[in-house]
Write a protein that binds this ligand. Structure first.
Ligand SMILES: Nc1ncnc2c1ncn2[C@@H]1O[C@H](COP(=O)(O)OP(=O)(O)OP(=O)(O)O)[C@@H](O)[C@H]1O
Length: 242
């Protein structure tokens, strides 16, 4: 295993003549929570789209674990390699139980399929981690917005991901739900896992992130701890001060 989970090297993504990502290079290590922040249109979601194989770049490479070039791999190959994403908009199956969702996540994700008892153990463990044990037999459609977010995190977690991408996990959550989500994200940290979070809630980012990358116009404007990000004049000028 390489120390670097994701290496972005000279990445450029164009939509027509517009560069959503502009010669971007960065490295995300195993064991860290990396927040990617920046103003609307900075290229944050586009970066996640490239890492998950949804968007093909014009130039550059994105290496996973020092080997697989994600810019050349299919979405399914990327998911099989252990890179998983929770999308911004909750999209649970309203008529399926909470437990079933986690089982689907576990079954789809595991490279070697689990036998029934192992799957049951895995589902119980994930339900406990995301705090939904008491809700296990409810239908997903009956959950609150916050619980739906945790359910979706549980679905990706069930596959035991090496890279976990969370796109705006606390958008629309109450303060209390946001606090719980911060605890949850920190509980998911492992030496052999990288967690990448795109988020606009700076207090949340401060709680969870080991390092923060500030994107602006498809490039890195600043990278460092949240303290240093908050103190950087350029970041305040283009983003935090607005
Ligand atoms: N499929 C597309 N076609 C054309 N332009 C696109 C496409 N996808 C994204 N863009 C443009 O690329 C730029 C970067 O978009 P992106 O969604 O990555 O920004 P973001 O940093 O995630 O912003 P937000 O915080 O608003 O989610 C934006 O100007 C957006 O309009």
């Amino acid at each position: 295993m390489s120390l670097t989970a994701i290496l972005v090297d000279g990445l450029t993504v164009r939509f027509g003549s517009f560069r959503a990502i502009d010669d971007l290079s960065l490295a995300i290590d195993y064991g860290e929570v990396r927040a990617v922040i920046g103003p609307n249109g900075a290229g944050k979601t586009t970066l996640l789209d490239v890492i998950s194989g949804i968007t093909r770049p014009k130039q550059g490479r994105v290496l996973f674990d020092g080997g697989l070039d994600l810019t050349q791999a299919s979405e399914s190959a990327i998911a099989r390699a252990g890179l998983r994403r929770k999308f911004q908009k909750p999209s649970v199956f309203e008529g399926l139980s909470v437990r079933r969702h986690i089982a689907i996540g576990a079954d789809v994700g595991f490279r070697s399929r689990l036998d029934a008892p192992a799957l049951e153990d895995r589902v119980s463990e994930v339900l406990e981690t995301v705090g939904l044990t008491d809700q296990a037999d409810r239908l997903a459609g009956e959950l609150s917005h916050g619980q739906k977010q945790w359910l979706e995190i549980g679905m990706v977690l069930a596959s035991d991901p090496k890279v976990l991408m969370l796109d705006e996990p606390v958008a629309g959550l109450t303060d209390e739900e946001t606090e719980r989500t911060a605890h949850l994200v920190r509980a998911l940290v492992r030496p052999d896992r990288a967690i990448v979070v795109v988020e606009h809630d700076m207090d949340f980012v401060e709680r969870i992130a080991d390092r923060v990358t500030v994107l602006h116009e498809g490039r890195t404007l600043f990278e460092g701890s949240m303290d240093r990000v908050r103190a950087d004049a350029a970041v305040v000028d283009v983003y935090l001060g607005r």
